[in-house]
Design a protein around this ligand. Structure first.
Ligand SMILES: Nc1ncnc2c1ncn2[C@@H]1O[C@H](COP(=O)(O)OP(=O)(O)OP(=O)(O)O)[C@@H](O)[C@H]1O
Length: 466
């Protein structure tokens, strides 16, 4: 049975690059005045400020080098430029030369959400495989099916000038009678990967790169640690040519870091300081709600703001996500809900519609807290704050906030230098204290927004997105 970041242990909870909004080139006076127009304008400004940020040595998007100087093959450079990348980000500039050097060396790489880690490991996989050998050579694991599908779309887009062949190892995506995978890069979730390896559908003899995205989650004993270790143990051990192990995440809490060091021995390391964990471009707010029911009222009041761009609402339980979405839909609002109790086809259809902008508000659980990259998302709401006890039974009744999950959740906005806002709903002393602990841990102010003055609320939020 597959256990993804989807609450296998606790049935009540849960644990393809997006097209960017079109750049507006019309003069200001010709543009229609509407909330959407503000968003289009802000995406125009994004392209301008991106160049500024990539030239600022203090920005995580900065690099002194060009992609040409990083030792990438010509067909990969073409793929990168086709995606609209002009300069590497800091993590790409620092990690790629280390990842591509020979003999291959393990890597434990950390960089803030939305700063381009995917390209670093995807380019490594695409650089290391032998295109004439039709056998699995690079394996990449991610915690959710949505993230595995997204990574795959980056592999395919970046590798479009190569002859790379790819295959999924996610539930319900491979024909049942498949007997021999000949693809070179396999992306998936650990449960399905183990199944394919055990049944010898996936021959691991030629694997030379093993990547864990969201590595702290993939290695956490509360999460997918056991399964990930089983995948590793099913890989061949050749002391003369060990497999290159690559771990990436925006967070590496101490208890996972020591395990990561054993999992990827003698690794090159790129680490963040505690105060660097979240990006500056995400402005954090909170709203004082009177009680649980008032949270719903406030969310409904926020609807027009949530739909200026796109937004993701995080809840603790699947049933909360469903209940809010049913209620809002019945009241005439257009929202979708996504969580691990839905079947594979439904999940794929919901996230695809959201990516395409067909739905603007997605109500979900921790299932998509990590990795999901949708540039138009400019607002994240923590309807329920993430807590340690959401992680699974090993965390017992631990009601402390889950700082890592908070960082990943708010990181669904503010991607690659874009502006974004996050709003936490607090409704009693305990939730207020939990939020206070998050503020202290991250060393960043979480600003109060008035809930009974709609105009002021709108003003504050629009200003934050400017
Ligand atoms: N060098 C670049 N130039 C322009 N855009 C880039 C560059 N590198 C990555 N991007 C874009 O930035 C966005 C964020 O990248 P990515 O999803 O890899 O972030 P990440 O660091 O993996 O974030 P997370 O920690 O949330 O998983 C993507 O839309 C990606 O296409």
């Amino acid at each position: 049975m597959e256990k993804d970041a989807d609450g296998f242990f606790n049935p009540a909870k849960d644990a393809a690059p997006a097209a960017e909004t079109a750049t507006e080139s019309k003069p200001e006076a010709e543009r229609p005045k509407s909330p959407e127009n503000d968003l289009i304008k802000s995406s125009f400004e994004v392209t301008v400020t991106l160049a500024d940020q990539q030239a600022d040595p203090n920005s995580p998007l900065y690099s002194a080098k060009t992609f040409e100087e990083l030792g990438l093959a010509e067909d990969l450079l073409k793929g990168i430029y086709d995606m609209g990348f002009s300069k590497p980000s800091k993590i790409q500039e620092r990690a790629l030369p280390l990842l591509l050097a020979n003999p291959p060396t393990n890597m434990i790489g950390q960089s803030q959400s939305g700063t381009g880690k995917t390209a670093a490991f995807v380019l490594t996989m695409l650089s290391r495989i032998d295109y004439n050998l039709h056998k699995p050579q690079a394996i990449c694991l991610a915690p959710s099916r949505e993230l595995a599908r997204q990574i795959m779309s980056v592999v395919i887009t970046m590798g479009k000038y190569t002859s790379v062949q790819t295959e999924y190892a996610i539930k319900d995506n491979l024909p049942r009678d498949a007997s021999n995978i000949t693809a070179q890069i396999i992306v998936g979730n650990p449960g399905t990967m183990i199944d394919l390896m055990r049944r010898k559908v996936l021959d691991t003899t030629h694997v030379k790169v093993f990547v864990l995205d969201e590595a702290d989650n993939m290695l956490d004993q509360d999460g997918l640690g056991d399964q990930t270790l089983r995948v590793k143990n099913l890989l061949p051990k050749n002391p003369t040519q060990p497999i290159q192990i690559i771990l990436f995440s925006a967070t590496f809490p101490d208890h996972v870091r020591s395990f990561a060091n054993k999992f990827a021995p003698k690794a090159n390391k790129i680490e963040l300081q505690k105060e660097e964990l979240s990006v500056d471009s995400i402005r954090q707010f909170y709203m004082d709600c009177k009680n649980e029911e008032h949270k719903y009222d406030i969310l409904v009041q926020l609807y027009s703001l949530l739909t200026i761009g796109q937004s993701i609402i995080f809840c603790k339980h699947r049933h909360t996500a469903d209940r809010i979405s049913q209620r809002m839909t019945a009241e005439g609002h257009k929202v979708a809900s996504l969580h691990g109790a839905k079947n594979a086809n439904e999940r794929d259809a919901i996230i695809d519609r959201f990516r395409e902008g067909k739905e603007k508000v997605l109500i979900t659980t921790n299932v998509i807290a990590r990795g999901i990259d949708i540039l138009q998302v400019n607002m994240v709401v923590n309807y329920d704050l993430p807590l340690m006890n959401d992680r699974g039974p090993a965390s017992g009744n631990d009601s402390r906030p889950d700082i890592e999950t908070y960082i990943h959740r708010i990181g669904r906005t503010g991607r690659f230098g874009r502006k974004g806002i996050s709003i936490n709903f607090v409704h009693d002393k305990q939730t207020w204290l939990q939020m206070d602990a998050i503020e202290k841990a991250l060393g960043r102010k979480i600003v109060r927004i008035e809930t009974n003055d709609l105009d002021e609320m709108e003003e504050t939020m629009k200003k934050a997105l400017k």
